[in-house]
Design a protein around this ligand. Sequence first.
Ligand SMILES: Nc1ncnc2c1ncn2[C@@H]1O[C@H](COP(=O)(O)OP(=O)(O)OP(=O)(O)O)[C@@H](O)[C@H]1O
Length: 326
Amino acid sequence: MTTDTTTPAAPTPGAAPTTPVLEATGVTMRFGGLTAVDNVALTVNSGEIVGLIGPNGAGKTTFFNCLTGLYIPTEGTVSYKGTVLPHRSHLVTQAGIARTFQNIRLFPNMTVLENVLVGRHTRTKEGLFSALIRGPRFKKAERESEARAMELLEFTGLAAKRDHLARNLPYGEQRKLEIARALASDPGLLLLDEPTAGMNPQETMATQELVFAVRDQGIAVLVIEHDMRFIFNLCDRVAVLVQGKKLVEGTPSVVQSDERVVAAYLGTPYEDAPGAEEAAEVAAAEAHAGHTPTTAADTPPADTDTPGTGTTGTTDGAGTKGEEQA
Ligand SMILES: Nc1ncnc2c1ncn2[C@@H]1O[C@H](COP(=O)(O)OP(=O)(O)OP(=O)(O)O)[C@@H](O)[C@H]1O
């Protein structure tokens, strides 16, 4: 089950050549006796959106923390555009990797614009002295930062709310603001940790469009998500972590049809799936009676409450429905 099968996406004929933006090699993270990430290798190329999926506790966030300098991996190296990254998060941001977190981490009592300006600080050169005297150079830098922050608010659809306090934004807009703040450091790679967690379908769709737009700006994206429909619609390539190890990597269709992934993560209906138990009972009763539906009246309607046809496509922990991923 722990064999690493890597199936790189086939290059599109005539497409611009891709170059590695992120290269993680042999990344291992141990906490005492627990190996949370075990010898994981992953490459993200320019122009790509790559997904990282796996059951709860598989090591996805720990891997992100190793990539972004929050954790010093026990073993392995992480390179950005060919240079090995230091184990300091602000230096990783400065190098060109930005991230959002699983739990929203905005400054709730600052305005929308101020939150984005905070994200801009790694790209401003003015020091404390310059800030204290507020000379012309400082004011010019400040105007430039504000102009860039406003561009990002336009890009994420939040410009009209620039003066609202972050805590007063609806949930979906707070998530967008996190992305705008991450983009303020002008990254070449954006890491998103469960960007659609808690979102309704409209917000999820808007996030999908936003991530495509980010990629179209020349920023590679690596995204952790439990919403399989989102992941398989969005990503060029998907890697699956199970118990800290990379189980499979490949195109969405390769990953969805890999029986080890189905068994370890996608295959079984998630607990409390609406109607799953009832549907299983009906199937068992039909099998017992030797009844095979043959007419339209016999055939159950294709409703969304039966296993494999749920509407969210979201896994929660050990698994979700394999059929709905197609
Ligand atoms: N700082 C830490 N100290 C000790 N153990 C940790 C630490 N951080 C994570 N772990 C453990 O490492 C394992 C992987 O956790 P991690 O949060 O990376 O999983 P995940 O795949 O992101 O899960 P989820 O999908 O629930 O967010 C878990 O067993 C977790 O308890």
